[in-house]
Each structure stands twice: as C-alpha cells, then as structure tokens.
Write a protein that binds this ligand. Structure first.
Ligand code: FAD
Length: 213
C-alpha cells in the first residue's frame, strides 16, 4: 500500500531541531509534516547533560549560540508555556595539563574575537567559583553567560507548541530514501509497518526564504 502525503515542508526527525523548526515555521503559517522513526525526543535531544553553552563552540556556530543565549533562552519558558529550567550559571572548562591549557586558550582567543564574554582564569580563581574542585585543575576558561536547561522539557515544549499550531507529526515512520530532481529533494520514501509513504515537499526554497510568504 502506498500512501501519499504532502506538506509545504517535511522535516525528518523529532528532536529539538525538528520540533523547534516545525514550531517556528508553523508560526509563519507554513504547513509542516514531521516524520520520526521512533518517538519524539528519541535521539540526543532528550539524553544529554543540559548544557546551554557558547564557550568552546566552533566559530561557525558561535554567533548562533550567542544569539540564542541573548534572545531565545531567557524567554523560552514563557514562550513555550513550560518551565524549561533555564539557568545562567556560567561554564568552566578545566585545564589539568599544558596541552589542555593551550586548547582552552585557543578556544578563548577565537571566541573573544567574535564578542563572547569569556576569559582564562587560574585554578584558584576557578575554585572560588566552584570550591570543591580538585587542586589538579591549574587553569580554566570561564564564560559567565553560559548555563543549562532541561533538554527533555525544552524539546517536548517545542513539540507541544508545534502541535498546537497544527504541525502534523507521524511517529514510527523511518525515512529510507530521498529522491532528487535537478539536484533538489522532491520526494521522501518512508515506511511504517506495511505502509509505504511517499512524502512530497511542496514549498520552494525561494518561498521559504521570504519572511512574508
Ligand atoms: C537543552 C539542551 C542541552 C544540551 N546539552 C548538551 C550537553 O550538555 N552535551 C552534549 O553533548 N549535547 C548537548 N545537547 C545536544 C544534544 O546532545 C544533541 O546533539 C542535539 O539535541 C541533537 O538534536 P537533533 O534534533 O539534531 O537530533 P536528535 O535529538 O538526535 O533527533 C533526531 C531524531 O531524528 C530521528 N531520525 C533519525 N533518522 C531518521 C529517519 N531516517 N527517519 C525518521 N526519523 C529519523 C531520530 O529517531 C531522532 O528522534 C543539548 C541539547 C539540548 C536541547
């Protein structure tokens, strides 16, 4: 049996990336379908230490992380209507050896160039922030605007909001193949039990780039 589904945008995966993207697009009136092979939050989004971190990011992703800390995380609980337990307590990255310190200094220098509030501190300064830390720590990088949040609540918060805005989520469907026409993905083939799905993204990339679309 072949079932055909169409949507403006089809997202593969119901992790925080899929759920948050679905929510933002639905807010702009885009018709979104999310295909998830297991359950929502099955992947890394709900199984991690909860760090909301800018320090030691790749310079390519740092501006986005800084934007999120300044503009998204502080208001996210209010926006999603669920306490995502966001707390801006800072992040220490610890150096025990000369090699560690070089790595930290390198990250710190690159991040400073992009405007992040981060600096190298001594082991004793790190122990003032975190008193029970081992004496083996000889230096650290310190970013006071880093923090943490509850990843499960954040992911499911985006999922619930996206649902409220009419996003369709199908779980238990694994996307097996993407078919391209003229270099662009035009069809996704997915399977659930005996049913074969053919999912067709209907919105052009040009229209997606237009905020008023
Ligand atoms: C608040 C927060 C804090 C975090 N803190 C940390 C941290 O301290 N340390 C750290 O290392 N990371 C952290 N992370 C990052 C996390 O570990 C993941 O790297 C990140 O959430 C990945 O998100 P994702 O949506 O891209 O992928 P995932 O959450 O892995 O979601 C991908 C989804 O796609 C589905 N899928 C895959 N293939 C298919 C297919 N073919 N068809 C259909 N579905 C498919 C999977 O089942 C899965 O549900 C944090 C994330 C959050 C949200």
């Amino acid at each position: 049996m072949l079932e055909k589904r169409e949507a403006d945008v089809i997202i593969i995966g119901g992790g925080i990336m899929g759920c948050a993207t679905a929510y933002r697009l639905a807010k702009q009136g885009v018709d979104v379908l999310v295909l998830e092979k297991k359950e929502i939050g099955n992947g890394g989004s709900c199984r991690n230490a909860g760090g909301v971190r800018q320090s030691a990011r790749d310079p390519k992703e740092l501006p986005l992380a800084m934007y999120a800390v300044a503009n998204i995380w502080p208001h996210l609980s209010e926006e999603l209507g669920v306490d995502v337990e966001y707390h801006q307590g800072g992040n220490l990255r610890l150096g025990l050896t000369e090699k560690d310190i070089k790595v930290l200094e390198n990250h710190t220098a690159k991040s400073l160039k992009l405007g992040l509030d981060v600096k190298m501190i001594s082991g004793d300064e790190a122990r003032e922030i975190c008193p029970y830390m081992s004496k083996e720590v000889v230096a650290a990088s310190w970013c006071p605007t880093d923090g943490h949040a509850n990843p499960l609540k954040a992911t499911l918060g985006f999922y619930r909001k996206a649902l409220e805005l009419g996003v369709t989520f199908i779980t238990g469907v694994k996307v097996e193949a993407l078919e391209k026409v003229k270099g662009r993905v035009r069809r996704m083939m997915a399977f659930m039990k005996q049913t074969k799905f053919c999912c067709v993204p209907a919105m052009s990339p040009e229209r997606l780039r237009t905020p008023s679309a």
